[in-house]
Design a protein around this ligand. Sequence first.
Ligand SMILES: Cc1cc2nc3c(=O)[nH]c(=O)nc-3n(C[C@H](O)[C@H](O)[C@H](O)COP(=O)(O)O)c2cc1C
Length: 217
Amino acid sequence: MDLFAAMQQRSSARAYSERPVKRKDIEELFNYAGMAPSAINMQPWQYVITYGEEKDRLVRSLLKARSERQVACGPGSAEPLPEKFVQRSRLAARDMKPAVEGLGVEFNRFVEEGSCSFYGAPIAVIVTIDRRFPSLRYLDVGLSVSYLLLAAQAKGLATCPIGLITAYAPTIAEVLNIEDQKEIVLGIALGYADENAPINQFKTKRAGQDEILYWYE
Ligand SMILES: Cc1cc2nc3c(=O)[nH]c(=O)nc-3n(C[C@H](O)[C@H](O)[C@H](O)COP(=O)(O)O)c2cc1C
């Protein structure tokens, strides 16, 4: 699959098949993730990969944490965001809603519990960065995550980045023994998509170039 096709076809998968992913394929994906550029080649990203019983243990702990303290899916911004961003998030939810309604689960519950359980994916990845890096270096981590998502797509694997789990960072750190010095910035569900699941059938839209480009000529 070429790069443009991978970019066009990638979308976040929220239902996975039980088909296991071979260890050598996982290693290959992270080899690509590591090829991303970074400021003075510091490669600030670090990945914790869990699967099998360790992933199940993580999911059980996250679901327990959620049942004790429910965190809503949101932008996590301290101040209200400009309306155009709020509107885009509403549109994303609207794209997804019909498929969730078919499952007979309330929408927020589906997203919040689904996120905590990595949507049943066989692999749960935790992305971390050393807290001593300035916030600008989170950009480098994002670049590496992009490489990972596209490499997965090119290999026929599916992903879903999951920011919600960062609200339960202390639980994750405890279960996986992640040291305090590392900040948990993202989770990623990884596996083969359940191709027939209705929740995997919709495609989110993007803002037009008129909204995101500023030309000076
Ligand atoms: C940083 C980040 C955090 C995200 N967090 C969640 C999440 O907690 N739960 C979820 O279901 N999807 C999450 N997503 C997936 C987005 O909803 C999705 O990328 C967006 O709606 C665009 O859809 P697409 O990935 O299918 O193109 C996240 C994506 C990113 C990049």
